[in-house]
Design a protein around this ligand. Structure first.
Ligand SMILES: C[C@H]1O[C@@H](n2cnc3c(O)ncnc32)[C@H](O)[C@@H]1O
Ligand SMILES: [Zn+2]
Length: 444
């Protein structure tokens, strides 16, 4: 059997693959990936039976291998809102621009917006993400087609209304049932209470109970701005993290996004509960939240600190490489410490810690693990010279360095190409145009 690359076939699932001679942890290695999508063997030279068994051989000699990247907080379909509302204060941005437009969203928008997001994430080496948005059955369909891993939650917002809470409960239950029916091991449902300022304590308690009953993640925005912390103290007599804890929302199954305005006591609480925190530095800087997530306090407290892009209306892209660099330099700048968040830790946040947060394996390239692998080009300026690949990945490279991406062994991108991407760009542009038109027609 010939195992030369045919670009159409390599994208089909369930093929065994041999990556030849990639640079892995400082050594040239061959990696054999089984039909089941796991790493079967890693060694300096794979030959004989395994070599013959491989349906495809990828020449990795001009690449460095990294575990696939994990984006732990996004709103994928917000790609359609990219550039719709920029340079605004967070509360006005949300309540005057974003929510009024989102009120006109339909399932087809979320489908094409999520397809566009998946392409964009794959292009920067992302294999898994944690998403909170609306019409999530359509998001699930898009993720299934793209072959990525995702945890999907319906953005649960009740604004204290019992009627709204009932409809959010129904939407959440429907998502769990839709995802179960898909029977795709790479896609999981989660509970997504939007934030302590948009969900009443009754709603938060329902969410934590439902997450426990279904052994699912709970995905929430926490302490993004100083105003929301002050409002929470005024309304509930306690800071947001304490309120979440009171409602049962802090556990090892929680992913809390932003966490910029946590105090030391709240960091200790999140650490004690084993919460995963998603750091979103680009969004935080663009929305000028005025404080950087207290990285070192959270690490010292034992929290699992990870990385996310947030949505494309506050970022305005889903480039996890850009996010790694921004995290590493924002932490140094804001906390005035040149040694804080070094490149190695930025990679760890985006691989091992991210995979742990979402429950998708170890985030390492090791025998027996799912083959979630990114091959980055070494014959490119940003990888030259190559004293320390982790430094080049975090501080020097953009997504143009990403060559090939595998998720549980399935090739999602090969030699910079993702099948069908042109159609997605065209459909997403049309869909975004129609969404804004629908809103304008309704307003007039
Ligand atoms: C799911 C809802 O969350 C909204 N959203 C997107 N980005 C942010 C953010 O930075 N803070 C709070 N809420 C956000 C999104 O527009 C959906 O309405
Ligand atoms: Zn968000």
């Amino acid at each position: 059997m010939s195992n030369e690359i045919n670009e159409t076939d390599i994208f089909s699932s369930n093929s065994s693959v041999l990556i030849r001679g990639t640079l892995l942890n400082g050594k040239r290695q061959d990696i054999f990936i089984t039909e089941e999508g796991n790493i079967g063997e890693i060694s300096e030279s794979i030959s004989g039976e395994l070599k013959n068994e491989a349906e495809f051989i990828i020449d990795g000699s001009k690449t460095v291998a990294s575990p696939g990247f994990v984006n732990t907080h996004t709103h994928a379909a917000m790609t359609l809102l990219r550039g719709y509302a920029d340079d605004m204060h967070l509360q006005e941005w949300l309540s005057e621009k974003i929510w009024p437009l989102e009120a006109h969203l339909c399932g087809e928008d979320v489908y094409w917006g999520t397809k566009l997001a998946c392409i964009e994430m794959i292009k920067s080496g992302t294999v898994a993400f944690n998403d909170m948005y609306f019409f999530m059955d359509e998001a699930a369909k898009a993720v299934d087609e793209c072959g990525m891993k995702a945890v999907l939650s319906h953005g649960f917002i009740d604004f204290g209304s019992e009627e709204k809470r009932e409809s959010e409960i129904k939407a959440t239950e429907k998502l769990f049932s839709d995802v179960k029916k898909m029977n795709n091991q790479k896609i999981r449902a989660a509970v997504g209470p939007h934030a302590p300022y948009t969900v009443a304590p009754e709603g938060l308690s329902w969410c934590s109970e439902y997450a426990k009953e279904n052994d699912s993640l709970l995905h929430i925005h926490l302490s993004e701005t100083e105003t929301e912390v002050k409002d929470c103290v005024n309304q509930h007599g306690m800071k947001p993290a304490k309120l979440l804890d009171k409602c049962g929302c802090l556990s090892e199954n929680t992913v809390a996004a932003h966490c910029c305005w946590l105090d030391d006591e709240e960091c200790a609480l999140l650490g004690k509960r084993g919460v995963s925190v998603s750091h979103n530095p680009v969004s935080n800087m663009k929305l000028a939240v005025n404080r950087a997530m207290p990285y070192q306090q959270l690490i010292d407290a034992g929290a699992n600190v990870t990385l996310g892009t947030d949505g494309c209306s506050s970022n305005n892209n889903l480039d996890i490489l850009e996010e790694m660099k921004t995290a590493a330099i924002l932490q140094k700048f804001f906390w005035n410490s040149d040694t804080l968040l070094p490149a190695h830790e930025a990679i760890k946040m985006t691989t091992e810690s991210g995979a742990k947060a979402l429950g998708f394996g170890t985030g390492k390239i090791e025998t027996g693990a799912p083959a979630d692998i990114v091959l980055l080009k070494t014959n490119i300026s940003c990888m030259t010279p190559l004293y320390n690949p982790e430094s080049n990945i975090v501080y020097a490279c953009g997504s143009n360095a990403v060559d090939t991406v595998l998720c549980s062994g399935r090739v999602l991108m090969y030699d910079g190409n993702i099948p069908g991407e042109e159609e997605v760009y065209q459909k997403a542009a049309e869909t975004a145009f129609n969404l804004v038109n629908r809103k304008e027609n309704a307003d007039n």
